[in-house]
Design a protein around this ligand. Structure first.
Ligand SMILES: [Zn+2]
Length: 415
């Protein structure tokens, strides 16, 4: 049957806490969660039997770069750090067309969706060349094409040569948020100020690449100071690697300012692990932000996959379970905490409604074949069903064929 397919009853699913349940869905919202086997029938087209699957809140990616994705092999950049990646992508992007950007972005977005990510915030570069907003136009088009299948938010991104008029025109065309990477500018605080002044003038939120390095200025405190006065809009700080290098006594007041501003923090393990620490060959630092301290302080924090196969990260599977695995390994959070960071936490940073298996929550789900969260976090099993706004929007059914093996009793074993 073709998709999307509205679902009214999910049967026999296993939740993160081990409960076996049926889930009733009314439109885009979960109406009730019942013991497995007790939901009324809804007709086969509107039912989904998830026996043998773990039902999870869908993934959300609060920090991606759909426009840059899938360029690693086209560019063949040298392995290296953030400045290398920026230079390589900037040189390549001068000749990139709107069509090429749209095609790669669409492929990556659909790949994310098939893995169970139903909400994405993508930064989009203001580009060199005659038509600096061609990437913006490409992503606005992809967002429109995928409307109804997944939620896509867009945020401007440019270096200090991108003009305020270009950022403003991108917002006028439909981009949601003002962004940038002030820590890379000649004067980081001036760059942050000019971008936040624009956000203030337009009355929109902001999402800054923030302090993405192991040393350098702490612009996050100034971002928090400005955002603390905002009403009805939100600010986000991505990366924040510098926080992960601070001793406890210096970190504490920074976290206080993050909490006071309700600043959203996004940690991006795969890109930080790849780009950070090249200059430290022994006991190489991990480059992640202070994830444990931010979680324990109750900060609004999520995790994303950032770059997918571009000069900033040669790898990436468009799978939020890959980020879960990296968070457990590199940030020393529990599997449960890691899954929250790529789902509920990410949605919280994006200020999306609460989703998952609870009455009144949005019906945003990914069901992954397996018996428990711990199992599927390890296996990242390809067999999945993805529900967005109450409708089945993607299913992956993998086939494994392995040669037969022959049973042997102990007496038959010969040397
Ligand atoms: Zn980024």
């Amino acid at each position: 049957m073709s998709l999307p397919r509205p679902i009214r009853v999910i049967r026999n699913a296993t939740l993160r806490d081990g409960r076996r349940v049926d889930v009733l869905i009314d439109g885009e919202v979960v109406a009730d969660v019942l013991a497995a086997g007790t939901a009324p029938t809804a007709g086969s087209d509107a039912e989904l039997d998830l026996d043998g699957f773990v039902l999870l809140t869908a993934g959300a990616d609060p920090h991606s770069h759909l426009d840059k994705s899938r360029t690693w092999e086209r560019i063949s950049p040298p392995f290296g750090d953030l400045p290398t990646a920026v230079a390589e992508y900037t040189a390549y992007s001068a000749a990139e067309s709107r069509e090429s950007i749209a095609d790669r972005a669409r492929e990556t977005a659909l790949d994310l969706l098939a893995h169970g990510v139903t909400a994405v915030r993508s930064h989009v570069n203001i580009l060199p060349g005659d038509d600096p907003l061609r990437g913006v136009d490409a992503l606005l088009r992809v967002r429109e094409e995928l409307r109804g299948l997944m939620d896509i938010e867009l945020c401007t991104l440019g270096d200090e040569t991108a003009t305020i008029e270009q950022h403003e025109e991108a917002i006028r065309r439909g981009v949601d948020l003002v962004g940038g990477a002030p820590h890379l500018a000649t004067d980081p605080f001036f760059e942050l100020e000019r971008l936040l002044d624009l956000a203030d003038r337009l009355g929109v939120g902001a999402d800054m690449h923030t302090d993405e390095g192991l040393d350098g200025p702490l612009t996050i405190v100034e971002l928090a100071r400005r955002a603390a006065t905002w009403e009805g809009r939100a600010a986000t700080a991505g990366h924040c690697c510098r926080l992960g290098t601070l001793p406890k006594d210096e970190l504490a007041p920074v976290i206080e300012s993050v909490l006071a501003a309700d600043l959203g923090i996004v940690t991006l393990p795969i890109t930080n692990l790849y780009l950070q620490g090249w200059e430290v060959p022994v006991s190489t630092p991990r480059g992640l932000t202070a994830v444990r301290e931010l979680l324990d302080a109750g900060a609004r924090i999520g995790a994303g996959a950032d770059n997918v196969r571009d000069p900033f990260n040669p790898l990436g599977r468009c799978d939020h379970l890959e980020t879960v695995s990296l968070l457990v390994t590199a940030a020393h959070v529990s599997i449960d905490e890691a899954y929250s960071l790529v789902s509920d936490g990410a949605r919280s940073v994006m200020h999306l409604p609460v989703a998952g298996a609870a009455a009144g929550a949005r019906a945003e789900f990914v069901a992954v074949k397996g018996a428990s969260l711990a199992e599927v976090a390890a296996t990242a099993d390809p067999n999945r069903h993805v529900i967005h706004r109450g409708a089945l929007v993607s299913s992956t059914v993998a086939t494994v064929t392995t040669a037969a093996w022959a049973a042997v009793t102990e007496g038959q074993v010969t040397a």
